[in-house]
Design a protein around this ligand. Sequence first.
Ligand SMILES: [Zn+2]
Length: 354
Amino acid sequence: MPLTATPIAPYNTVAMARDFYDVLGVSRSASDKEVRQAFRRLARKYHPDVNPGDAQAEERFKEINRAYEVLSDKDKRKKYDRYGERWEQAEAFDQARRAGGAGGAFTQTFDLGDLFGPAYRQAGAGRGGAFEGIFGAFTGRRGPMRGQNVEYATDVTLEEAFQATTRLLELQSEEACATCGGSGEIAGAVCHVCQGAGQTLKMKRLEVKIPAGVQDGSRVRIAGEGHPGFGGGPRGDLYVVVRVRAHPRFERKGADLVTEAGVALEDAVLGGEVEVQTLSGKHVALKVPPLTQNGRVFRLSGLGMPRLDEKRKNKARGDLLVRVNVVLPQSLSDRERELFERLREERRKQKVGA
Ligand SMILES: [Zn+2]
């Protein structure tokens, strides 16, 4: 009996499809022959010609055809084994990638690794992880669904974190396909522009303001710039994760900054002034008292990082902590050597006398 091929519905019209192996009643390791035999047996049983007017049998027949269409094709079966019911989206993205640069909506070659790897997630999800990123939102989908959030990492210097800065981000953004309105199909056929994925990629530029006092690891939220929603759901959000780079001269401790300043031996002993450069580039004079010990820390109030914390507005900035580093002379003149020798003699006499 000749079999009628049933057009395959695009993925987004299929509600929670049953496992194709279950549909055909074969094991996952079934041979091609076993798959074919199971299909023939079931197709004969549920064929609409044999069951006129039986809607349930007709549904079953469609299901069997769909399962066989996938499991009888080596390549599709492999994809199905790997991605399950989401295999078609995997294929659509594969096709789109192959067609990259060939015009249409996919005007640039893109790679899932680039898209959802380094650019979106610094710690780089691999190729397998990328599919989780795209398709995670499809699982258990019922009605409108909010799109997924996207993370984008950027780094700033400590000076930029001190002053506030902006970043111009170039993102490849997923947009609902304009041709099919995001459904993936046009009049029952797979959309030729998005290959059934319902989404296309667009380059997008966003200016992101990074506030003064931003902490390492802070996330700046940009509402509505994440992945598009499904079934009329709103877009997810974009989170820009800010990494603050280490500075060679300043260490950050909360809102305070720690730096070192060299003090000449005579100034440490007799007291004096030392010049300290702040993070903003200003030079301030720090008075050190007589007999300042090596490693002593002085606090310069209000010369640290700006505070983001609203509750502490009474103190808008942290402090600058200066650790004093007593510097011994590298060379001595004859006169200086003489003075040091006299100093030693003097101190020995004191010790003996004590
Ligand atoms: Zn489309």
